[in-house]
Design a protein around this ligand. Structure first.
Ligand code: ADP
Ligand code: MG
Ligand code: MG
Length: 875
């Protein structure tokens, strides 16, 4: 087995495709060498050695030493230098590098090979004693720190002391003798820690190799892999690159820098980077001296500048992606020390992917795969001004429930929030948790903050639907509605105080922060998404209850409404009394009278929706929540409401009591309501069908309403309600003497419905998986209570994902798959969609595509994300 790969002078044993084996850095050093780009010669010890090292109690494969010795000999021969030779010493860097870039997480040692003798040799050869001793003291420092674990700070202290003694501020003001004395100080530090600095260069080399392999398991690196979701065993380990040193600190004709082939912030096609004259690599990163913009290099050495620009272009064409490059200039000669695909902002990721297609470097599929769904989401939401963010304090952290940044004055009451907004104030609505009655205030507010609730709590779902930033479940916050303040970690925030919330991170800040407008669906994002549309198979619809949301979704590319929740329309101020009268009605006649008043209002709602959607399919779900949600539950409100609807407080109380359920989510809701009160289904059907008829007659808009019956578990439930719907609809259509098609279908959200989907499809003309309820009932997890235990489940690794956020493939997903198959086996043109929160989640969309669904439906602001994710699912 081969463990070591050599590269020098235009020829390398490795290549870019060998990333896994040689790490990103090693593979690209090899590739650049083969491309004829100037790279200092060296060799790479493979990642397999790292794996061996940890599998065998930190020992190496038998033949490794021999291979390293051979590579070292070759290196000595191509450089004409010798490791440890006082007259002509070979100096190397020993650098880590895994297959996935983990910038700065592992160790690198520079200037290895220096000792008391070779430092003198280097001084003579370069005729620069100061340089030689500077290199030596840097090596002592890095070696002591990384290979022997002596705290970095001790060396810094000694350096500071030397500068102080001499009365200077900058490192460069120390001369050769000062640095030589500093070397002795450093050696004392070694002694103080009971360590010895190995004068033998060969021993140094192996100690450095040990250190780099050791750094694979250091805390920082482990943490980095955790945060970035790199699983144990996914990578073999780190490689070790041994590279001949080139010196950017040999004088004014030398320097070092970092550059990107395009602007990593904006994506603009123009070289971007920084450069530092007379410096060694770490100086740039360590921020000790301030580097100058790359263009300055042109003044300093135009031919090197042009050479670098040529290489940047060559590398970008070769790798077909934006490159992040490290370079060093030694006495006017340019060397490349690293190249990799550069990290970039979301905005830049999109622009670069689109530009590369226009430049014929990549195809549309590749561009679509290069952009992460989060990138789309990020560019569509407002962000805080980065500079201001540095000066404000995070006072609490909650769940990042609905992305975007918002700033405003705190109000605790939804009605007041509406009022203040109308007066032109910016408002953040702060609630212990929200209920349907807060919707008006939520809509008016810039953003929403709640102390309780999870990712699918009312506040979270509604906020996402509205595209409003929201932070929910910020448990440390104590909301005191009476005192009109909230308290958190020793801070008291009063009504009218400014706060800012970031629904992308979950951070809550004290004070006002300027928000920066999103760029919207134009330019590169729009173009990229149009390619996604060409590629994807899944349709993308939206969940929208009102024309404004529907309009937003259409502008974002929605191809229809997959879920209109009719009950949301009932919560409006002027309607809720009518709804309540309907609920407290004692007789069918009374109820019908109340419904009669609601009918024209609902009809107008639907006309608005149909008009906005201009003939695209619109799925409308009949009433779903338990009726008690429409009634007040505290004493004070009871009085008000009783008065409003003209009954006594006692009567109202007794209705509320009657409606009380121990387990409302499994109680009297969904189709169970319309089975008890068919007149509600009649009214809603009338509203839907007559809206469609009127639009067709008056405005010539063709609508195909899809009426959806929720919470069906048994085919007979569907049969019963469907009959009511069909009789009502057909008689209206007949009276209108018009041709109108409509469909009746059902939600599949109860496990029994998924299992008996073949039967249900006999009645249902379409399915829509309600994966929120389906997840709740399949796991038996109450959506509203998961906050109590789910975080621990995730922490302890019992579940990998929050199943309410990202579909549980093995369980709930199987029901979706089975339900789809069984449904389509009965009715092969059955349209099947999904309308839970999962409809906008990329990982879930991957599954829905494979399961053969026809479309996903998600909140308006997730429509662009879903378009991209659906395309990625097919590639
Ligand atoms: P990281 O992975 O943390 O970027 P590197 O291995 O790239 O670590 O090393 C950090 C810096 O050290 C490089 O950017 C470069 O400037 C400098 N460096 C590494 N090897 C050499 C070398 N052979 N000659 C000169 N400078 C080097
Ligand atoms: Mg680097
Ligand atoms: Mg449901």
């Amino acid at each position: 087995k081969k463990w070591v790969y050599f590269f020098a002078n235009g020829q390398a044993e490795g290549k870019a495709e060998m990333k896994e084996l040689l790490g990103g850095k090693g593979a690209n050093l090899a590739e650049m060498t083969n491309l004829g780009i100037p790279v200092p010669p060296g060799f790479t010890i493979s990642t397999e050695v790292c794996k061996y090292y940890y599998d065998h109690e930190k020992t190496y494969p038998e033949t490794l030493k021999q291979e390293v010795d051979e590579a070292l000999k070759k290196l000595e021969s191509v450089t004409g230098k010798k490791l440890g030779d006082p007259n002509n010493p070979l100096l190397v860097s020993v650098r880590s590098g895994a297959a996935v870039s983990m910038p700065g997480m592992m160790d690198t040692i520079l200037n290895l090979g220096l000792n008391d003798e070779t430092v003198e040799g280097l001084a003579k050869l370069t005729n620069n004693k100061r340089f030689a001793y500077d290199a030596y003291r840097r090596f002592l420092q890095m070696f002591g720190d990384t290979a022997l674990g002596i705290p970095h700070a001790e060396f810094e202290k000694a350096l500071e002391a030397r500068k102080e003694a001499k009365g200077v501020k900058l490192d460069v003001e120390l001369d050769a003798d000062d640095l030589k004395a500093l070397v002795e100080d450093y050696k004392e530090i070694y002694k103080k820690h009971g360590k010895e600095f190995p004068q033998d260069a060969y021993k140094q080399l192996w100690a450095a190799i040990d250190a780099v392999f050791g750094s694979w398991m250091n805390e920082r690196a482990i943490k980095y892999r955790q945060i970035n979701n790199i699983k144990e065993g996914e990578l073999l380990g780190t490689a070790v690159n041994i590279v001949t040193m080139v010196f950017g600190n040999m004088g004014e004709d030398s320097g070092t820098g970092v550059c990107f082939t395009r602007d990593p912030n904006t994506g603009e096609k123009k070289p971007y980077g920084e450069f530092l004259q007379n410096a060694q690599g770490e100086d740039v990163v360590a921020g000790i001296r301030t580097p100058v913009p790359l263009e300055e290099l042109k003044k300093f050495n135009e031919s090197v500048y042009n050479e670098l620009l040529n290489i940047m272009e060559k590398l970008e064409k070769h790798y077909k992606d934006m490159q992040d490059i490290e370079f060093t200039i030694e006495k006017g000669k340019l060397y490349l020390l690293q190249t990799r695909n550069g990290k970039r902002t979301s905005q830049a990721a999109i622009k670069i992917a689109v530009d590369l297609v226009h430049e014929n470097l990549i195809d549309k599929e590749t561009a679509v795969m290069r952009v992460r769904p989060e990138d789309i989401e990020k560019v569509l939401h407002a962000k805080f001004d980065e500079n201001e963010l540095k000066n404000v304090k995070v006072i609490a952290k909650g769940l990042p429930a609905s992305p975007g940044a918002a700033t405003g004055k705190v109000y605790f009451d939804a009605a007041k929030a509406e009022e203040k907004t109308a007066e032109g104030e910016k408002v953040i609505l702060v609630r212990p948790e929200t209920s349907p009655e807060d919707v008006g205030g939520m809509n008016a507010a810039e953003g929403i903050l709640t102390a309780r609730g999870g990712m699918t709590s009312h506040a979270a779902v509604v906020a996402r639907g509205m595209g409003k930033p929201a932070v929910v479940g910020a448990e440390e916050i104590v909301v005191d509605e009476n005192a009109l303040e909230f308290r958190v970690n020793g801070v008291t925030v009063k009504e009218g105080d400014w706060i800012s919330i970031d629904g992308t991170t979950g951070n809550v800040y004290l004070g006002k922060i300027t928000t920066v407008k999103p760029q919207g669906l134009e330019g590169p994002v729009a173009e990229l998404l149009s390619w996604a549309d060409e590629i994807r198979r899944l349709g993308v619809r939206t969940n929208a209850d009102i024309p404004r949301d529907a309009k937003v979704a259409r502008d974002f590319g929605a191809e229809g409404i997959g879920l209109c929740r009719t009950e949301h329309m009932f919560f409006e101020k002027d309607r809720i009394p009518k709804v309540r009268r309907m609920i407290v009605a004692k007789t069918k006649e009374q109820r019908e009278a109340a419904l009669e008043e609601l009918l024209p209002l609902q009809k107008e709602d639907f006309k608005g929706l149909f008009r906005t959607m201009k003939g695209l399919p619109v799925t409308i779900r009949l009433i779903d929540p338990p009726l008690h949600e429409f009634l007040p539950n505290d004493e004070e409100q009871m009085k008000e409401v009783a008065e409003q609807i003209g009954i006594s407080v006692d009567e109202l109380k007794s209705v509320v009591e009657q409606l009380h359920e121990l387990n409302p989510m499994l109680g009297h809701r969904g189709c169970r309501l319309t089975i008890t009160y068919p007149e509600i289904a009649v009214m809603q059907t009338k509203a839907i069908i007559s809206a469609a008829i009127e639009l067709k007659k008056e405005e010539g808009i063709d609508v195909i309403p899809e009426i959806m019956i929720p919470l069906v578990g048994h085919i007979n439930e569907l049969k019963y309600v469907k009959k009511v719907v069909v009789e009502t609809a057909d008689s209206l259509i007949k009276d209108a003497n018009i041709d109108l098609t409509y469909k009746v279908g059902t939600m599949i959200e109860i496990p029994r419905a998924a299992i008996t989907a073949d039967q249900i499809a006999q009645e249902a003309e379409f399915f829509s998986f309600g994966t929120n309820d389906l997840t709740q009932m399949t796991f038996g997890f109450s959506r509203d209570d998961v906050g109590k235990f789910l975080p621990e489940y995730l922490e302890k690794g019992i579940l990998e994902h929050d199943p309410f956020k990202s579909l549980d493939w093995e369980g709930v997903g199987q029901l979706v798959k089975l339900g789809t198959e069984r449904g389509k086996s009965t009715r092969n043109d059955l349209k099947v969609g999904v309308c839970g929160e999962h409809g906008g989640d990329p990982r879930s969309i991957l599954f829905f595509d494979a399961a053969g669904l026809d479309y996903v439906s998600c909140s308006p602001y997730r429509v662009p994300v879903a378009r991209l994710a659906a395309a990625q699912a097919t590639i």
